[in-house]
Ligand binder design. Structure first.
Ligand SMILES: Cc1cc2nc3c(=O)[nH]c(=O)nc-3n(C[C@H](O)[C@H](O)[C@H](O)COP(=O)(O)OP(=O)(O)OC[C@H]3O[C@@H](n4cnc5c(N)ncnc54)[C@H](O)[C@@H]3O)c2cc1C
Length: 258
């Protein structure tokens, strides 16, 4: 997030968002890194419809904003944030198991790990790799989160996007131009947000899915420290691992969050 000026017109925001607006909110507690200053204005978002309405209102007012999901891939400046922060807690989840290919639809503030656990308990495979990845579905769709050879691009059936100019659209993985930990959304900040997404799953015995997830979680516990950490926020440079470089100190290759 960047510090921007001029100051936000708080009176207009109070009128637009009423009790959903929180002013001068310390943001460190909302992020994995647990650092950074305050947001002048934070708006609580409870549903995907709320998120769409808030984004549209801010675009109409010409005010900059960012979506804050789980805060597990963000570093917040000590100087704070002058953009409006939309704190996305829209977390409805629905599984579809009656048709051909089973799937899960969820609002973008739903936790990716929680969706993966619910899928596992229903005997639905496809998200084992997501075990232990913090953050929301929206953050994962925007950043093509992944691990252990799997990622969002491999399971995304459709993401419902709100585009600043084109309105609400359903975008396939192809449209999102996925690459390693990157997407069209990440390369065009401020132009569109994720409201919800549908992920394709496959039937498999729940015990097998859980065993695979347990193996991935055990590996994570072995290789990452417990509690608040920078985890896998950085992209691995070609042929090396960001974690290894951080632990060695003074990395030769610059590490990138973007
Ligand atoms: C301990 C730890 C382990 C991790 N392990 C992994 C891993 O194995 N693999 C991996 O890929 N990542 C990993 N990460 C990074 C992080 O968990 C993922 O990038 C995650 O998908 C980010 O989701 P979030 O909701 O926390 O996003 P946030 O940190 O809240 O936001 C990240 C970016 O996404 C944008 N964004 C969020 N929601 C939306 C939305 N609805 N629409 C549009 N833009 C949105 C934000 O504006 C911001 O630019 C790890 C991080 C930690 C701290």
């Amino acid at each position: 997030m960047q510090v921007m000026s001029p100051d936000l017109p708080l009176e207009s925001l109070r009128t637009a968002f009423g009790r959903r607006l929180r002013e001068n909110q310390p943001l460190a507690r909302y992020t994995s890194a647990r650092i950074g200053g305050s947001a002048d204005a934070l708006v609580d978002i409870a549903t995907a419809a709320d998120l769409a309405e808030a984004a549209q209102t801010l675009w109409d007012l010409g005010l900059p904003f960012v979506v804050l999901g789980g805060g597990s891939n963000l570093l917040i400046s000590d100087a704070g944030v002058r953009e409006v922060v939309l704190f996305n807690q829209a977390n409805a989840v629905r599984f579809e198991e009656s048709g051909g290919v089973p799937s899960v639809w969820a609002e973008s503030g739903a936790g990716l790990g929680a969706i993966a656990r619910q899928a596992a308990s229903r005997g639905l495979s496809g998200l084992e790799w997501a075990a232990g990845i913090p953050g929301t579905l929206g953050g994962a769709v925007a950043g093509n989160a992944g691990a252990h050879g799997g990622d969002i691009s491999m399971v995304l059936e459709m993401a419902t996007i709100l585009h600043r100019k084109d309105g609400r659209k359903d975008w396939s993985a192809q449209y999102l131009a996925y690459e390693y930990r990157s997407s069209w959304l990440k390369l065009h900040p401020g132009l569109a947000i994720v409201l919800s997404a549908t992920l394709a799953l496959a039937k498999k015995p729940a015990a097998e899915i859980r065993a695979q997830m347990d193996t991935f979680l055990a590996y994570r516990r072995l290789t990452q420290p417990p509690g608040a950490s920078m985890g896998s926020m950085f992209k691995n440079p070609p042929g090396d691992s960001a974690g290894r470089l951080i632990e060695r100190g003074n990395p030769k290759a610059p590490l990138r969050l973007d």
